[in-house]
Design a protein around this ligand. Structure first.
Ligand SMILES: NC(=O)c1ccc[n+]([C@@H]2O[C@H](COP(=O)([O-])OP(=O)(O)OC[C@H]3O[C@@H](n4cnc5c(N)ncnc54)[C@H](OP(=O)(O)O)[C@@H]3O)[C@@H](O)[C@H]2O)c1
Length: 286
């Protein structure tokens, strides 16, 4: 256990920060707290050091391919690769109901294309039997969608990344050319965020199909958590919310692959649109 290398993206605050702390507590040898901003990252590391933990730090902007590449090179050089990758970094939408092209691109860059960046540079250096956890949301369950073409295409057993890319392209084009149909969604709020998190869950399944070498890739809805993203609304503290990512990273059986989990560690059927696991507008405060 001691020599394992774990990386949490976007971990200078929020759920990522709590997850780093929990991984340190569990005695993982090299836990990387990463942040796009050096100052914010270093302050977060200092905070944990004062609590007696010893995380490592590296700059990482997941939307910047060069930054991801440099970090992957560092991991390869220092440790020969990594054992645990938690794709946690993400942003929320600018408006609860209004959908603009600029904001949609910003959200998709941070929440979906970023995961293609870590896939490109970090998957090749994942050690055998490594674990990848993609932090999604209840906004990412397929039941958020009503559009039957995309439900069918995204939930097919042999899904590929190109299907997910096509879904994201379809959405961005519809916003650009003014054809976005809010009836395609069960509850039409935070739509760019929902698209990004549905894409993360779908990509998880595509990644699992491709990755091999005993590696597991699962996605997680971390719960409604008191962080900056929710303007400190929510049911869970970051300490409580870090339990499930660490469970997937360390405790669950290695044979569990390509699944969606909830914050209470229960597995959910992502592909069952009838389960109605989407959030309700009335419960959503951010
Ligand atoms: N909180 C909830 O209720 C909730 C519910 C469902 C899902 N989630 C998911 O849980 C994850 C963590 O959310 P949170 O609530 O902890 O949010 P948060 O407090 O806003 O933290 C987000 C983190 O991501 C970082 N980040 C954003 N863009 C980045 C980039 N391009 N490169 C690197 N880091 C970047 C932020 O860094 P800066 O400080 O530099 O901005 C910050 O450290 C996200 O994937 C979110 O979608 C949260």
């Amino acid at each position: 256990m001691a020599e394992k290398v774990a990386v949490v993206t976007g971990s200078n605050k929020g759920i990522g920060f709590g997850t780093v702390r929990e991984l340190c507590k569990r005695g993982i040898g090299y836990v990387y707290l990463t942040a796009r901003d050096l100052q914010r990252g270093k302050e977060a590391v200092e905070k944990l050091k004062k609590e007696g933990y010893k995380p490592f730090f590296h700059q990482l902007d997941v939307t910047d391919e060069l930054s991801v590449k440099k970090f992957a090179e560092h991991l390869k050089q220092e440790h020969g690769g990594l054992d645990i990758l938690i794709n946690n970094a993400a942003v929320g939408v600018a408006s609860y109901v209004d959908v603009t092209y600029e904001d949609s691109v910003r959200v998709l860059d941070a929440n979906y294309y970023s995961i293609l960046n870590t896939q490109k540079y970090m998957f090749p250096i994942l050690k055998n039997n490594a674990r990848v956890i993609n932090i999604s949301s209840d906004c990412g369950h397929i039941s958020n969608l009503r559009n039957t073409y995309w439900i069918n295409r995204l939930t097919k057993e042999d899904i590929k990344q190109e299907d997910v890319d096509a879904f994201v392209d379809w959405f961005l084009n519809s916003v650009k050319n003014g054809t976005l149909n809010k009836d395609d969604f069960e509850e039409p709020f935070v739509i760019p965020y929902k698209i990004s998190k549905i894409a993360v869950c779908a990509l998880t399944r595509a990644q699992q199909r491709e990755v091999g070498r005993g590696i597991s890739v699962n996605s997680l809805h971390p719960g409604f958590v008191k962080t900056d993203m929710t303007k400190s609304g929510g049911d869970l503290t970051i300490d409580q919310a870090s339990d499930a990512p660490v469970y997937l990273a360390l405790d669950i059986d290695q044979s569990v692959k390509g699944k969606l989990f909830w914050f209470d560690k229960t597995e959910k059927d992502w592909a069952d649109a009838n389960q109605k696991l989407h959030p309700r507008a009335k419960d959503f405060t951010s």
